[in-house]
Design a protein around this ligand. Structure first.
Ligand code: BTX
Length: 321
């Protein structure tokens, strides 16, 4: 239906009121039949629409799959005005790399399922249907290669804060690329860049978050190490409420990333961090050590002290918890 998006937006904007078919027809200058058809489309797409005689229509619940029109309504004020929503892709990162060739503005790419979701170092990222949030964001900063080093730090605060606000759980950042809840991985993200001799011009940030997974939704291989909001909070999270909070938070911290040195957010970051005061195994390339993180430098470098008192510097490492 041509009018589904308009009517959806109107009903969402007046979520607590009943809106009559007559009123909608006048609002959009179409027939009552056209309105009725659009409401039927909403229903087939998973919206519950209450319809009361002499009062009108009201949306009582939204679908549990991603609907691009609802997303676009929620992100009306966002910098991500170009949104791409898919049923299935290999990886939203791969799609993002293709799309950015044709678009110069910020992009948001979301898919219900990824068949070849990927983590760092070509590791697989499990991306089951309807349960999580598998998303890539394309941003166009004008920054130096040196500046990009702290991007992940800002993004991880943004993710942790959104999780905390929406779920009331206690997310912890595992430097450099993950967010954990109760010592289990709930989110992984990765940042890829395009640049030239002048610096970085494109960031492609892929974020995977386990939301409504039950334990059976995870493969054996990650069942002991992965978790979801639902497993931790014992309740479903509305993915639309979460994505809205997440995008708001990311925009806020992206703005901070562009305008403030990381130094100013270091204490907030440390407050969310889970690696302090613990002896952990650090692996970077061929190098492997056991040690305790003792400092995070302003440029994002992590300082780790090993048993013998030697200091090691990491810009990115795998940490075993
Ligand atoms: P990573 O390399 O730190 O994490 C990958 C590792 O995490 C895997 O080897 C596996 O052990 C474990 N793992 C895999 N899937 C899950 C899961 N769903 N929950 C918890 N643990 C898991 C972190 O990489 C970066 C992941 C980014 C994923 C996003 S999703 C949207 C975008 N598209 C895409 O292909 N990747 C990014």
């Amino acid at each position: 239906s041509k009018y589904k998006k308009d009517i959806l937006e109107y009903l969402m904007m007046h979520k607590d009121d009943y809106i009559s078919g007559q009123k909608l027809a006048e609002q959009f200058n179409v027939s009552r039949t056209a309105i009725w058809k659009a409401i039927e489309v909403l229903k087939t797409q998973g919206y519950s629409v209450e319809s009361i005689k002499n009062k009108g229509y009201r949306i009582t619940s939204v679908p549990d799959h991603w609907d691009r029109d609802l997303l676009s309504y929620l992100l009306t004020d966002s910098i991500f005005q170009k949104q791409f929503v898919y049923e299935e892709v290999t990886s939203t990162q791969t799609v993002a790399h293709e799309l950015l060739m044709e678009h110069d503005e910020p992009l948001l790419i979301l898919s219900e399922i990824q068949t070849v979701g990927r983590g760092r170092f070509k590791r697989p990222w499990a991306s089951k249907r309807d349960t999580g949030l598998w998303m890539s964001l394309v941003l166009h900063p004008n920054i130096s290669y040196q500046q990009i080093a702290t991007f992940n730090l800002f993004i991880s605060i943004a993710i942790a804060e959104a999780i905390k606000n929406v779920t009331q759980l206690e997310p912890k950042i595992k430097w450099p690329n993950d967010v954990y809840i109760n010592d289990k991985k709930v989110c992984g993200f990765l940042t890829e860049i395009n640049g030239d001799s002048d610096g970085v011009h494109t960031i492609i940030c892929g974020i995977g978050i386990n939301i409504n997974h039950t334990i059976e939704d995870f493969d054996e291989s990650i069942r002991d190490t992965a978790t979801s909001f639902k497993l931790e909070s014992k309740k479903e999270t509305d993915r639309y409420i979460f994505i809205k909070a997440l995008i708001d938070s990311i925009e806020h911290y992206y703005e901070a990333f562009l305008s403030q040195p990381f130094k100013e957010l270091k204490e907030i970051y440390k407050g969310y961090s889970m690696i302090w005061d613990r002896t952990l195994r650090y692996t970077e390339g061929n190098k492997q050590i056991y040690g305790k993180a003792v400092d995070l430098k302003d440029d994002g470098v992590l300082v780790v002290l090993d048993d013998t008192g030697e200091r090691h510097h990491f810009i990115s490492a795998d940490i075993e918890v």
